[in-house]
Design a protein around this ligand. Structure first.
Ligand code: NDP
Length: 456
């Protein structure tokens, strides 16, 4: 039998790769991990974590305003972008250290540098060759910028976390998670924000009521939303500002343009295809349910596989690979009913099917919906509203989807997600006593039903 330097070689030190490496080492495997940038990956270094810190920061503006309705007089206030970025950077550096410590404690060898496959068992990093029985590709993804004149004048989420200053006027292009999250961040921090999306409504794939409701709430907060407005070109004006040309709209004068136009898998230059690893048409590693590529001893997890681009999913996939290879327990990650949140302002929480998806799958569904002004805003005077919606399969009465737009939606939907995952019925929801006074209690008191049948 061939002998290798390592049992497992992991390429990529993000959420999926680190989990697989640690767990495999814990099972006794000899593991190495290569990372070319910083340990922690997109989520920790330039994604979920710094993004959420910026969301917290931007929320204070409203908190100061809302305090007045409760008798507070808040004195003069000012905001320092450099101070926020420096504080965020300190926290990210701390977390990176935590990741390094966890890997080292588990006995994982860390190699710094860009890795590529020389053949199906050999990885080269920083001029050194390493062989391994198994290889895990966990290289994540990166922002994609459409080809258009002046595209180089814009920035992406990678740079957003290190802008030298807060832009006074910023246009955000795109209509996915990143676009609506950054629209809220910049708006809350005081920028004038225009969100330009090429389609008829942003957050394609989310429940239509959620999309329209969030649209209205975002506009109430002052974000200008332009729909059916594909980006065409960016040009620098003599005064230093930017002219953004959009389809169907007059040119927009802004100081900065952010591309939030999707992400692509990091598979270029890895030597995957010469090693026999098949890619999809969009360049992702093609894998089966066990995250195994077309080469049986090479696996891939996380964003590089373009399945569900969420950190907890990548972690599950990485854990399943480790359990399968070294834990004596063949495992697959479950991709059904994955709860997710958009940290927009207000945030969205969702689990299970949208109304349209449920109708397509079950034929007849019952939709329960309410929207209301949260108690906090009776005194704050803020006109923000909250939306809650349950989708029930009419035949079985199972709750197959739960959606919320409003304060704490991500926290609330995490709990509701357990009930949906467990296949509980509307009667089970109704049998649960609410916690009063909360917004969440509405999920167990929804009464007004709309029956929706498929047209077919
Ligand atoms: P998404 O894929 O969610 O959205 C990309 C957006 O860009 C879509 O609105 C898309 O439009 C638009 N777009 C794509 N190409 C072009 C183009 N050429 N011109 C104009 N618009 C374009 O990507 P994100 O980058 O926002 O996020 C990537 C993924 O990362 C998410 O899907 C999510 O899985 C994950 N993520 C999760 C977060 C969370 O959990 N809170 C936060 C951030 C990211 P269209 O709809 O028409 O295709």
């Amino acid at each position: 039998m061939a002998t290798y330097d390592y049992d497992l070689y992991v390429i990529g030190g993000g959420s999926g790769g680190v989990r697989a490496a640690r767990m495999s080492a814990g099972f006794g495997a000899r593991v190495a991990l290569a990372e070319s940038y910083r340990l922690g990956g997109t989520c920790v270094i330039r994604g979920c974590v710094p993004k959420k810190l910026l969301v917290y920061a931007s929320h204070f503006a409203e908190e100061f305003e809302d305090a007045a309705g409760y008798g507070w007089t808040v004195g003069a206030r000012s905001f320092s972008w450099p101070a926020l970025i420096a504080a965020k950077d300190r926290e990210i550096a701390r977390l990176e250290g935590v990741y390094r410590g966890l890997l080292e404690k588990a006995g994982v060898t860390i190699h710094v540098g860009q890795a590529r496959l020389l053949d199906a068992h050999t990885v080269e990093v920083a001029g050194q060759r390493h062989t391994a029985a198994h290889i895990l590709i966990a290289t994540g993804g990166r922002p994609q910028v459409p080809a258009m004149p002046g595209a180089e004048l814009g920035f992406t989420s990678n740079e957003a976390f290190h802008l030298p200053e807060l832009p006074r006027r910023v246009a955000i292009l795109g209509g996915g998670y990143i676009a609506v999250e950054f629209a809220g961040i910049f708006n809350g921090l005081g920028s004038e924000v225009v969100l330009a999306y090429r389609g008829p409504e942003f957050l394609r794939g989310f429940d239509d009521d959620v999309r329209h409701f969030l649209h209205a709430e975002i506009e109430k907060k002052g974000v200008r939303v332009l729909l059916n407005a594909p980006p065409l070109a960016i040009a620098r004006r003599a005064d230093g500002a930017l002219d953004l040309a959009l389809g169907g709209q007059p040119p927009q004068a802004v100081d900065a343009v952010m591309f939030a136009t999707g992400r692509v898998p990091n598979t270029q230059g890895l030597g995957l295809e010469p090693a026999g690893v098949a890619l999809t048409a969009s360049g992702a590693v093609r894998v089966d349910a066990a995250s195994r590529s077309s080469v049986p001893h090479i696996y891939a997890v996380g964003d590089v596989t373009q399945r569900i681009a969420l950190t907890p999913v990548a972690i599950r996939e990485g854990a399943a690979v480790a359990a399968t290879l070294y834990g004596g327990k063949p495992a697959t990650a479950d991709h059904a009913d994955v709860p997710t949140a958009v940290f927009s302002q207000p945030p969205v929480g969702t689990v299970g099917l949208t109304e349209a998806q449920a109708v397509a799958r079950y034929g007849t569904v019952e939709a329960y919906q309410t929207d209301f002004r949260a108690m906090k805003h009776t005194l704050s005077g803020r006109q923000e509203r909250t939306l809650m919606k349950l989708i029930v399969d009419a035949a079985t009465q199972r709750v197959v989807g739960a959606h919320m737009v409003g304060a704490d939606a991500p926290e609330i939907i995490q709990g509701i997600g357990i009930a949906v995952k467990a296949g509980l019925t509307k009667a089970d929801f109704d049998a649960t006593v609410g916690i009063h006074p909360t917004a969440a209690e509405e999920f167990v008191t929804l009464r007004e039903k709309k029956v929706v049948r498929s047209a077919a």
